[in-house]
Write a protein that binds this ligand. Structure first.
Ligand code: GUN
Ligand code: ZN
Length: 493
């Protein structure tokens, strides 16, 4: 039981939570974005992050601090909060990222955890090994064993009230990720970052990233706060939240700004090629792309970084509102239209509809059918499961249109793509109140046909007739042979 993380609302595997950070004396609402602050190069003053951007928690790198004598001495002297001028919660990383990038660092978990405690970090990180994607399995296993030892060393360290990260590695092997998640959840550590995601995210491999997260989540417990290390592009936050991630850290807002890049919720634009800013943050209201191009390097970088951070924190607020309203998957669907890699990520998420269903609320605001991916949402799956529990008469008509005024059936049920059959009495219950387009598509018809098949598998005694509105052959082919199918359009009803 982890009593420092409380979940308030759910949608799909996404949640709104409260992470208590005792050493900082604050409670951080999740999903939360932790801006990365490089102690050597501050792009936006941390005090402004809190006041102007509403940032409750940031992340900086303890290892980088140890590498510069002048900074190290000052931070040890005044503490991290005073050094950065930030009175929210501060997470520190350990140098593992530098280990992954440069192959070697000269610090142990025991040393760096102790250093993080001495500088006043609120959430510290051991020296895990971020195994890159696609390596041979032996390497992933060997490095996972090293990460496990790092977690053990962190458990034995004297940490006081400081929370500790337990990174989950395992490269692109879902079973290793799951085992690593289970092991991490079994420690008494506090926050669970899914690691080594940067190569996947930089390569737009969102489907692989989602597979890694879903695997880690299968091993972790539902009450574990989950951090997606290195993720902060606003385009993918809704997807990652829907998969069950609670914390993100973004260097993207600052790194991209340095390269003249302007982030949006559907991708990355180049300032060079922009005529208009499609945003109403304070920066975009007061400047045109031309104005920003005319600034010197430093000012241009600052302006772009501020816009980039504004869109990112606005997306986090939009995600929270979507969880509260129960339409997070509609938001993910919209984001998936912005970039093909996001569509891959969304499809990978829906491959795990069973896993999403476990935490999806049984009732929320109306389900909107917004793309053929909607046919694979967990609510459709749950409806099909529910068909087993319904009482079914011997002679049953399922119809997409109004019931006929006279008929010889025992009952007439509705047939609504993508859900399929249900008794009229359930029409006003979630998710059958769904708003669906009048022109249904093949995916919705196929899902409805799968519902009919399920109904008959569960209730083989029933004689079922289906009245459909000109379904596609691929959907009709999914109906069991015993079903009589009538095309209502041809019958002229
Ligand atoms: N930053 C980005 N990825 C990682 C990771 O896998 N581990 C640690 N410690 N920091 C990271
Ligand atoms: Zn803007």
């Amino acid at each position: 039981m982890r009593d420092h993380f409380e979940i308030r609302d759910h949608d799909a595997a996404g949640r709104i939570g409260r992470l208590q950070v005792p050493r900082a004396g604050v409670t951080v609402e999740t999903p939360a974005l932790l801006p990365v602050v490089n102690p050597n190069v501050v792009t936006i003053e941390p005090a402004r992050l809190r006041e102007e951007f509403g940032v409750e928690m940031l992340i900086t790198n303890a290892y980088i601090i140890t590498q510069t004598d002048r900074i190290r001495d000052r931070v040890l002297d005044v503490g991290l909060h005073e050094f950065l001028g930030f009175d929210g919660a501060i997470m520190t990383d350990s140098g593992s990222f530098q280990l992954a990038e440069y192959g070697d660092i000269d610090v142990t978990t025991a040393e760096i955890i102790d250093f993080q405690r001495r500088i006043g970090s609120d959430v510290a990180t051991p020296v895990d090994v971020p195994t890159p994607p696609d390596v041979p399995r032996e390497r992933a296993e060997r490095e996972l064993a090293v990460t496990r030892e790092a977690l053990a060393d962190a458990e034995h360290a004297d940490t006081g009230e400081m929370l500790i990260n337990a990174p989950v590695q395992g490269s692109t092997y879902p079973d290793l990720r799951e085992a690593a998640g289970r092991h991490a959840a079994g420690t008494d550590l506090d926050v669970f970052p899914v690691g080594a995601m940067v190569p996947l995210l930089n390569g737009y491999r969102y489907a692989d990233a989602i597979e890694a997260v879903m695997a880690a989540k299968r091993g972790l417990d539902p009450d574990c706060p989950v951090h997606l290390f290195g993720a902060g592009h606003p385009m993918m936050l809704a997807l990652a939240v829907a998969a069950g991630c609670d914390l993100f850290d973004s260097a993207a807002y600052a790194l991209m700004a340095r390269d003249g890049r302007y982030l949006t919720v559907s991708g990355t634009e180049h300032l060079e090629a922009m005529d208009y800013f499609p945003c109403s943050c304070p920066i975009c209201l007061e400047h045109t792309p031309e104005d920003v191009r005319a600034e010197d390097d430093r000012e241009r970088e600052r302006l772009l970084a501020e816009h980039n951070l504004h869109v990112t924190v606005a997306e986090i607020r939009r995600i929270k509102a979507a969880i509260r309203d129960g339409n997070l998957l509609e938001l993910v669907d919209r984001r998936a239209r912005g970039h093909p890699a996001m569509l891959d990520g969304y499809r990978a998420l829906l491959d795990h509809a069973d896993q999403l269903e476990a935490s999806d609320p049984v009732s929320k605001d109306a389900f909107f059918y917004t793309s053929h991916e909607s046919a694979r949402r967990p609510e459709v799956r749950r409806h099909h499961e529910r068909l087993a529990r319904l009482a079914v008469p011997d002679r049953l008509l399922l119809t997409e249109s109004k019931p006929p005024s006279t008929h010889e059936y025992d009952e007439v049920w509705r047939l609504k793509p993508p859900f399929g059959p249900f008794p009229r009495a359930l029409s006003e219950t979630y998710p059958l109140t769904a708003e669906v387009p009048e022109r249904t598509d093949r995916a919705a018809q196929e899902a409805a046909a799968a519902g009919v098949r399920r109904l008959i598998e569960e209730h083989p005694h029933a004689e079922v007739t289906v009245g459909h509105d000109g379904w596609d052959r691929s959907a009709l082919a999914r109906l069991p042979d015993a079903v009589v199918a009538e095309n209502l359009q041809e019958l002229g009803r």
